[in-house]
Design a binder for this molecule. Structure first.
Ligand SMILES: Cc1cc2nc3c(=O)[nH]c(=O)nc-3n(C[C@H](O)[C@H](O)[C@H](O)COP(=O)(O)OP(=O)(O)OC[C@H]3O[C@@H](n4cnc5c(N)ncnc54)[C@H](O)[C@@H]3O)c2cc1C
Length: 613
């Protein structure tokens, strides 16, 4: 019977993201995928700004941005009426608006098909496995295609032992059955999840499914906004236009009448419906690349986990309509959330209780999504109470649709209660850390600070230390460096680099030209990596750049440079805690609350404030 640390059912968006984290933490995993190979075409396409940020954190944003369609504007079309409100027949553009509020993210909202999105991450996973010497050409390398999971059971007698492979998963391929034993199982097997069925968890929520037709076409049309994202409300029905990558392809989402069965929908039905909605504009299909009809109910699984050993993610625990373009985003972010936590637990860095925060955080996100989807569906289908009501609602919901409203509650990895929030008023504990331009000190490159926060398993302590040319600031930074170094040593695995688990990042408000590397405490340029040389890429300056202007990061983060701030970030870029530069005990307590101490006997710290004075 094959044994593995983590068994993942399904290689969709959620499964691939979770597995990529496990590869980063070097944890053995097996994905069982019912398809014969990777997804080739179709399914979701909307990539919210937050998801683009996550791809950037894996070093994949350049490819994604190059290939994708960038959504910069949205147009709202409605019934063409005369002044008395009487329909004249046909449709007209009622308004247009910016797609994503200015300044929300340094990255745009884009469109790229899910097959390619998954493919980019699979490529990343492959490169990590190769780097770790875990890749063998011609072998499965963690993904077993053609296997359908058929059942799961948990060995009650073993589950109290954290090291036990107590979950058994049975799968079938070409008439042969095989059972895997795993410590943890992730149900990433989509809306009809076998894992969820095996746990006998119900999906709660709407029973009446809306049927959507989705079709990727090459349009022959005189409709003027065919290369813009549009919502169209007409007397013949509602339609969403999503221009696709590549320049010509366009996707239509067409809401089909209640009572239609997805299996009974034909491509001609979608063509006829689209023609009627676009009238008086012409709409012919020069070619059809992909189409589908599928039904979606707004539902949530009654539970997201079993015995702290089996976790549901993505469509396996929440389903909703595609109108807001959230399906793939929410699902991959579930995988992104559980992945680093499982990796931390299985590496022995954090206790298994960390996994409870997955349920706390993602069940709330899923419930918010269902509520949002219901409201959007209502707004999409009903008559406006005043002209432009739908457009107003759409613009107001922009932050949500861009993926920037998720706010995680307090837990062992999020601590609003112990934070000193007034010293960094531009950021919110429990939300993702936003970006600002800063200058990398060692080579004068203007960079986005968020880009530095790569998804590699590291926690970050971002220190806003003000101007170190002022002696008081320099002294307090040195004291903090000493303390942080001790804390990092306590939780880092013996033999690993000092910055491998908790990485220090320094953001100064000093003058770039008046700062010298020697002023910066050693802890912020530690000896690390394969070559054991000093890493100079941890110090940033918030100042005017030769070519790129001033990022005003301190203003953006709401940090007063005369006070400073320390911001603790999780490996997924979410803000855990904000505190003062002298809160040594508070920072140590925070890490003790969520990590396992590895080294209690601390060797002497490298930095000595007195050495420098
Ligand atoms: C046909 C279709 C069209 C869609 N179109 C859109 C869209 O246009 N816009 C949008 O926002 N959302 C759309 N969605 C939804 C969106 O694709 C999902 O929200 C998203 O893919 C969920 O990701 P996931 O990883 O949870 O599940 P999925 O991406 O569905 O991945 C689940 C994986 O599990 C595998 N699997 C299933 N059962 C088993 C089993 N028993 N054993 C092993 N493997 C199994 C599947 O083959 C699949 O690879 C669509 C979904 C479908 C099915």
């Amino acid at each position: 019977m094959p044994k593995v640390d983590v068994l993942i059912a399904g290689s969709g968006s959620a499964g691939i993201f979770a597995a990529t984290w496990l590869a980063i933490y070097n944890i053995p995993f097996t994905i069982l995928e019912h398809r014969s190979g990777p997804l080739k075409i179709g399914q979701a396409d909307g990539v919210q700004c937050r998801t683009v940020e996550i791809y950037e954190s894996f070093g994949l944003s350049e490819e994604l941005l190059r290939e994708a369609y960038h959504i910069l504007e949205v147009c709202f079309w409605g019934i063409d009426e005369d002044e008395s409100g009487e329909g004249k027949g046909g449709i007209k553009r009622k308004s247009r608006a910016i797609d994503t509020e200015k300044g929300l993210s340094h990255l745009p909202h884009v469109i790229l098909n899910q097959a390619r999105m998954n493919g980019l991450m699979l490529g990343k996973m492959e490169s990590i496995l190769k780097e770790k010497g875990r890749w063998e050409d011609g072998k499965a390398n963690g993904i077993e295609y053609g296997w359908s999971v058929i059942g799961l059971d948990i060995d009650e007698g073993k589950k109290a032992d954290p090291g036990a492979h107590c979950v058994r998963v049975t799968a079938e391929k070409d008439g042969t059955e095989e059972t895997w034993e795993a410590k943890y199982v992730l149900g990433c097997d989509g809306a009809h999840s076998t894992i969820r069925h095996s746990l006998e968890y119900r999906m709660l929520g709407d029973t009446s499914d809306t049927v959507w037709g989705v079709v990727d076409i090459y349009p022959l049309t005189n409709f003027p906004d065919i290369r813009r994202k549009c919502t169209i409300h007409s007397t013949a029905g509602n339609l969403l236009i999503i221009p696709r990558e590549g320049g010509h392809l366009v996707r239509f989402y067409i809401q089909l009448p209640h009572g239609v069965h997805p299996k009974k929908v034909a491509l001609e039905d979608l063509q006829t419906q689209a023609k009627r909605i676009f009238a008086p504009y012409t709409m012919d299909f020069a070619g059809v690349f992909w189409w589908s009809a599928y039904s979606i109910g707004q539902r949530l699984a009654e539970k997201f986990e079993k015995d702290g050993r089996v976790f549901l993610t993505g469509d396996a625990c929440h389903t909703h309509s595609p109108k807001a373009g959230q399906g793939m985003n929410c699902s991959l972010q579930d995988g992104y959330n559980i992945g680093w936590k499982l990796g931390s637990v299985l590496r022995g860095l954090a206790p298994p209780s960390l996994l409870n925060t997955y349920v706390l955080e993602r069940s709330k996100t899923a419930a918010d999504l269902i509520a949002f989807d219901k409201e959007l569906a209502k707004m999409f289908s009903r008559k406006e109470e005043y002209p432009g009501e739908f457009a107003d609602y759409f613009v107001k919901s922009g932050r949500y649709m861009a993926g920037f409203t998720a706010k995680y509650q307090d837990s062992e990895v999020t601590s609003l209660a112990t934070s000193t929030t007034y010293i960094a008023t531009g950021i919110t504990v429990g939300m993702r850390f936003p970006s600002a331009q800063v200058i990398r000190f060692c080579d004068c490159k203007a960079v986005q600070l968020q880009r530095v926060l790569q998804s590699n398993g590291r926690w970050r302590v971002v220190v806003f230390a003000g101007d170190i040319n002022e002696t008081t600031h320099w002294r307090s930074l040195n004291k903090l460096a000493d303390s942080l170094e001790h804390i990092a040593q306590r939780f880092t695995l013996e033999g690993d680099d000092i910055d491998s688990l908790i990485e220090p990042l320094l953001v100064l408000r000093s003058k770039f030209l008046q700062t010298e590397q020697g002023q910066i405490p050693d802890y912020f340029w530690p000896v690390s990596g394969k070559w054991k040389i000093r890493d100079l890429h941890k110090t940033y300056i918030d100042d005017d750049h030769y070519n790129s202007g001033h990022g005003y990061a301190y203003e953006k983060y709401g940090v007063d440079s005369s006070v400073g701030a320390v911001v603790i970030l999780r490996p997924d870029q979410y803000i855990s805690k904000v505190t003062t530069l002298d809160d040594f005990d508070g920072i140590a307590r925070f890490f003790k609350g969520c990590m396992i101490e590895q080294q209690t006997e601390i060797k002497g710290a490298v930095n000595r404030c007195s050495d420098k004075e």
